[in-house]
Ligand binder design. Structure first.
Ligand SMILES: Cc1cc2nc3c(=O)[nH]c(=O)nc-3n(C[C@H](O)[C@H](O)[C@H](O)COP(=O)(O)OP(=O)(O)OC[C@H]3O[C@@H](n4cnc5c(N)ncnc54)[C@H](O)[C@@H]3O)c2cc1C
Length: 293
C-alpha cells in the first residue's frame, strides 16, 4: 500500500517539535519509524504532519551519575545492547533490547518509540517497570517527570498529551546485591513478538530477599507489575529461593493469577497464563544468579 502524503518536519529543538505537534491537527512524532510507518502503511493511522526527532540534540545519549542512569528517548535498541553503562548496571535491559526484532529493527527502533507505542508486548517495558524507571516528558508548557508505572494507560494508550514528547528514561542505580532479568517467549526463535514475557528485579541483603519486583508482558493491556508475586519473595532466604523451590513456584503462580491475558492469533489466554508462570520462575532464577556473591 502507498503511504498517504504528509508533511515531514525535522526540528532542531524540543520546543519546536512540541510546537509543531501542538499546531498540527493530527501530527505524530517519529523516531525509528518501525512501528509508526508500518501502522501508516497498513492504513491504521493517518497523519498530516510527521515530526522527526532525529535532529534534536541530547535525545540519543546514555549517561550516568552516582545515583542514576539516563537514557535518551531516541537511543536505539542496538545502542542499548552495546552500552557499557547498561551492561554494567542493568544487563536485563540489554537482554530485552537484544530480544527485539532483528538487527535492522534494532538499528533504528528506539527505546522511546517502544514505550510510546504502548503495546502490551513491547519488550523494554517489563524491565524498566521492574527497575521503577521514571519518564521525563517535554511539552509546550515545560517538562514533567512521572513513574513509568503511570505512563502506560492501556494497549496503545499512554499518558502523553498530543503535543508532548518522551525525552528521557531515568533509572536509579542498584548495588551488586540486586539482580535483574528479562525472558520472553515467542512462536519462533527470532523476529518474534512476545506471546508472554517476564522481568524480575531482586535484592538480597544478609542472605534474605529484601526487595523484589516481578513484571509480566503481553498478558494484560500493558506490561504489568505483579505486586503479590514480588511481595511473596520478600523475607525469603537464599535457601528458600533455590531452583525448584516452592517459594519460586508460588511467585510464578501468583504472577500468572494476577495476569489478565487475551486470546489472539499468538495464543489463548489460558496458554499465556501457563507461559507467564514458567517465564516468571525462570526470570527469578536468572535474576538471583546475577547477584554478586
Ligand atoms: C519486523 C519488526 C519486528 C519487531 N519486533 C519487536 C519485538 O520483538 N519486540 C518489541 O517490543 N517490538 C518489536 N517491534 C516494534 C518496534 O520495532 C519497537 O516498538 C520499536 O522500539 C519502536 O521504536 P521506533 O523508534 O521505531 O518508534 P516509531 O515507530 O518512530 O514510533 C512509535 C510510536 O511512538 C511515538 N513516539 C516515538 N518516539 C516518541 C517520543 N520520544 N515521544 C513521544 N512519542 C514518540 C510515535 O509517534 C509512534 O506513535 C518490531 C517491529 C518490526 C517492524
Amino acid at each position: 500500500m502507498i503511504i498517504p502524503d504528509f508533511k515531514y518536519h525535522r526540528p532542531e529543538t524540543l520546543d519546536e517539535a512540541c510546537r509543531l505537534l501542538d499546531e498540527s491537527p493530527n501530527g505524530a512524532a517519529i523516531a525509528g519509524g518501525t512501528d509508526l510507518l508500518v501502522e501508516i502503511k497498513q492504513g491504521l493511522r493517518q497523519h498530516d504532519d510527521i515530526v522527526s526527532l532525529s535532529k534534536i540534540d541530547g535525545l540519543r545519549n546514555i549517561t550516568e551519575d552516582e545515583e542514576n542512569i539516563y537514557i535518551g528517548a531516541c537511543v536505539t535498541h542496538h545502542e542499548l545492547t552495546g552500552s557499557e553503562i547498561i551492561q554494567r548496571n542493568i544487563p536485563a535491559l540489554a537482554d530485552a533490547a537484544m530480544a527485539i526484532g532483528n538487527r535492522q529493527v534494532r538499528n533504528v527502533g528506539t527505546i522511546g518509540g517502544n514505550l510510546c507505542t504502548c503495546a502490551s508486548c513491547a519488550d523494554t517495558g517489563p524491565v524498566l517497570l521492574a527497575y521503577r524507571a521514571v519518564t521525563k516528558i517535554a511539552g509546550p508548557n515545560g517538562t514533567r517527570q512521572m513513574p513509568l508505572s503511570d505512563f502506560f494507560i492501556f494497549h496503545h494508550k499512554s499518558i502523553l498529551e498530543k503535543s508532548e514528547l518522551l525525552t528521557k528514561i531515568i533509572i536509579k542505580k542498584t548495588g551488586g546485591n540486586t539482580g535483574g532479568s528479562f525472558i520472553k517467549f515467542g512462536l519462533r526463535q527470532a523476529v518474534t513478538i512476545s506471546v508472554a514475557s517476564a522481568a524480575a528485579r531482586i535484592t538480597i541483603e544478609d542472605g534474605k530477599c529484601t526487595d523484589a519486583c516481578i513484571v509480566t508482558g503481553a498478558v494484560a493491556p500493558t506490561p504489568m507489575i505483579s505486586p503479590k508475586a514480588g511481595k511473596s519473595l520478600i523475607g525469603k532466604s537464599m535457601d528458600e529461593l533455590s531452583e525448584g523451590s516452592s517459594a519460586i513456584d508460588e511467585a510464578g503462580q501468583l504472577a500468572a493469577d494476577e495476569s489478565v491475558p487475551i486470546d489472539d492469533i499468538r495464543g489463548t489466554a489460558e496458554y499465556r497464563k501457563d507461559i507467564a508462570k514458567e517465564l516468571t520462575i525462570r526470570a527469578i532464577i536468572k535474576a538471583l544468579e546475577r547477584i554478586d556473591n
